[in-house]
Design a protein around this ligand. Structure first.
Ligand SMILES: [Zn+2]
Length: 207
């Protein structure tokens, strides 16, 4: 018998891992305690590693603040896709911060934050309940629209959906989610020619 220095329980030697640097040739902690300790050590290291990445990113942002602000501003003005993504991101963030009650109109988008929340509150509620992170996603991907498409069309409520973040990463703009027929008719002239057949396929699958 040997007493585990961690849980202070007397256990048979087969309950301890062999360890060639200790005097008796067995680890000071019993197997379950050793397993737990290892798990905790990895968890702690993982958190520390994550923190290091966060710190590094914050430092980089700080170092390049002016450049980033200029870059973001220019891209916002010139890049339709970037602007559309930014807008939908801001929409979701404001909605999550409980700012929906402001009921402000998004003039550029042609609907109010209230309308946005009303459309998605059920999904958002479920995602929050399960603690799953989620994104606002465009059913017809942003990159499928030709340059210069009015972004109220791109960001139409009919083209938005709330999906879990992992799904969004996997999707990578390779397919469109079904959208209402009326919306397709409205945007078809703004879709890149090579994407039109895929859009029509999405329409058929929507029924
Ligand atoms: Zn123990």
């Amino acid at each position: 018998m040997k007493i585990c220095t961690k849980c202070k329980t007397a256990k048979g030697l087969d309950e301890f891992n062999k360890h060639n640097i200790t005097q008796d040739g067995f680890s000071a902690w019993c197997k379950p305690c050793a397993k737990e300790g290892k798990k905790r050590w990895y968890a702690k290291n993982k958190a520390a590693q994550k923190q290091r990445v966060i710190n590094w990113r914050a430092r980089k942002v700080e170092e390049n603040r002016d450049y980033l602000a200029k870059y973001t501003r220019e891209r916002y003005l010139n890049d339709n896709v970037f602007r559309a993504r930014r807008l939908s991101y801001n929409l979701l963030r404001r909605c999550l911060n409980g700012k929906a009650k402001e009921s402000s109109t998004f003039e550029l988008l042609g609907y109010t934050l209230q309308q946005f929340v009303e459309k998605f509150e059920d999904e958002i509620f479920v995602f929050k309940m399960y603690g799953v992170s989620f994104h606002v996603d465009h059913c017809i991907p942003l990159t499928w629209f030709i340059d210069g498409t009015p972004f109220n069309l791109v960001n139409d409520l009919d083209n938005l959906q709330v999906i879990c973040a992992d799904e969004n990463r996997e999707k990578k703009n390779v397919y469109a989610h079904p959208v209402p027929k009326a919306y397709i008719e409205k945007v078809l002239p703004h879709i890149k020619p090579e994407r039109i057949s895929k859009i029509l396929a999405a329409l058929c699958s929507a029924g």
